[in-house]
Design a protein around this ligand. Structure first.
Ligand code: GDG
Length: 457
């Protein structure tokens, strides 16, 4: 079989075993099976003028190929255009977007440089799988260098409605580079439709004459490949003797209802709204005070950006205000942890919690929703409360689906979840478990790679 070359902004550590999540778990086997290459940014930031050498390292039978960024590239490509422009816009937050021409240029230049480095590593029949919004134009840059390999792209975040994306200066250039791929994958049908609508509306400007990588021979396949998890691997972490001990420890005392949220501290995850909803729950259902606790684990991310430090301050204020107003000497309603927690501990906390609260304002998929389901006991499962704006909601219809902007609705959903009969909890959980098994990470990977490896139509 042809060799797989994965390209992503950050590369994973193939030597970290079960503790890691994300792309390492998702793509590790596919890379190992075919002596693959994983190419991306090393995570290092070096001084301007330092030669941007390619570092090649062998991890098992996978080659890890990485390059550093200069300080300027980090500021403009990574923090600037990727995370101050594309991330907010693709999550429908035009109010937070900052469009800076220098950042956009550097984004383009880093993609050009990365493409040049990668082109030198490619063999004729390699298939290349590029990931996420940092690297959208990479295939177009590879095509300019004469690379004719099959190249696929998967967008992990939502593809917004054309009315939103057209706010990005030079959006035609950016989105048109997606036509340099053979396969473009999205998380949901909604994303596919949004891309289709955009392409229809701007078709006039996208002609083969102006864009040489759009050839008559290359036919772009656009499809939805919802990402999933390794259900058994996650479930087994939740059922070890250590996990059982943690759950016993969590449940000791007078608290009978544990509500849990786990999200990177990102404004797309809707954490302030979630805290306000929990406050509303305490107001609307006073009988559940003292017996209910919400634990929010929110590890830091992209802390250099103002929008992220602001949300941190906001959450500290909200949790402090709720604990001050409602807490008592023997009860703290909100446990807010602004740190990363080991993955096996998360699995145990999910299993020990009656309610999984996953209420992003916008999310490509949301794997926490699937992990919460995988961790539950089938005999006595907890209930997932899920935002209608998470990609996961398209499939996980037996969760309690909520509008995260509506605090009363989310509060009522928490109440419904903790008072739900065992029979209904089991029915919902069985259906959800089946769904996440059908659409697990292996299916995501194999269906994308099958399409990518298929001969051009
Ligand atoms: C992007 C898209 C899409 C979280 N806190 C800790 C921790 N996590 C783990 C979770 C989960 C992962 O990180 C987060 O994945 P999500 O899918 O929830 O969200 P994003 O990071 O925004 O991911 C998203 C995803 O890509 C995949 O395509 O679903 O929509 O935004 O696995 O468990 N892990 C550990 N400690 C923590 O404190 N160990």
């Amino acid at each position: 079989m042809s060799r797989l070359v994965v390209v992503s902004n950050r590369v994973g550590d193939m030597t970290a075993s079960t503790q890691s999540g994300g792309l390492v778990t998702a793509l590790g086997d596919a890379l190992r099976d075919g002596n693959g290459i994983w190419f991306g940014w090393s995570g290092e930031v070096v001084e301007e003028g330092t030669p941007a050498g390619l570092n090649l390292e062998r991890q098992g039978n996978v080659t890890i190929a990485t390059q550093p960024l200069t300080g300027e590239e980090y500021d403009h490509y990574y923090l600037g255009f990727s995370n101050r422009a594309l991330w907010p816009v693709f999550h429908y937050r035009l109010d937070l977007a900052d469009f800076d021409a220098e950042a956009a240029n550097t984004y383009h230049n880093v993609n050009t440089r990365m493409a040049k480095s990668l082109a030198g590593l490619l063999a004729e029949d390699d298939v290349v799988w590029i990931h996420d919004y940092h690297l959208i134009p990479m295939a177009a840059e590879l095509r300019k260098l004469g690379v004719e390999n099959r190249i696929g792209f998967f967008l992990h975040i939502p593809f917004p409605a054309p009315e939103i994306i057209t706010a990005v200066p030079h959006h035609e250039w950016l989105i048109d580079t997606m036509f340099a791929y053979d396969v473009v994958g999205f998380q949901t049908e909604q994303d596919v439709q949004n891309f289709g609508r955009y392409a229809e509306q701007t078709a006039a400007v996208m002609t083969p004459e102006t864009h040489p990588f759009r050839t008559a021979q290359r036919k772009l396949k656009v499809k939805c490949y919802p990402i999933g998890i390794d259900v058994d691997a996650f479930a087994s972490m939740a059922t070890t003797p250590e996990a059982a001990e943690r759950i016993r420890h969590l449940r000791r005392g007078t608290i009978s209802h544990h509500v849990i949220g786990v999200d990177r501290l990102d404004y797309s995850k809707g954490l302030p709204d979630r805290f306000r909803s929990f406050r509303r729950f305490l107001e609307m259902f006073p009988d559940h005070r003292k017996t209910t606790v919400m634990m929010q684990i929110a590890p830091p991310t992209r802390e250099e950006l103002t929008a992220y430090s602001e949300i941190r301050t906001e959450l500290e204020q909200l949790s402090g205000a709720i604990n001050g107003a409602f807490g008592d000497f023997d009860w703290t309603p909100v446990r807010y942890i602004h740190r990363s927690v080991p993955r096996d501990v998360l699995a145990a906390l999910f299993r020990g919690s009656n309610v999984g609260l996953v209420t992003p304002l916008r999310d490509g998929m949301n794997l926490v929703a699937k992990e919460y389901i995988a961790a539950q006991s089938r005999q006595d499962p907890g209930v997932l409360v899920l935002s209608q704006f998470a990609g996961a909601a398209a499939d996980l219809t037996e969760a309690i689906i909520v509008n995260p902007y509506d605090a009363d609705e989310v509060a009522a959903a928490i109440h419904a979840a903790i008072t739900m009969s065992l029979e209904e909890r089991r029915e919902r959980h069985d259906a959800l478990l089946q769904r996440i098994r059908q659409r697990d990470v292996a299916r995501w990977r194999t269906s994308f790679l099958e399409d990518l490896r298929a001969e051009a139509a």
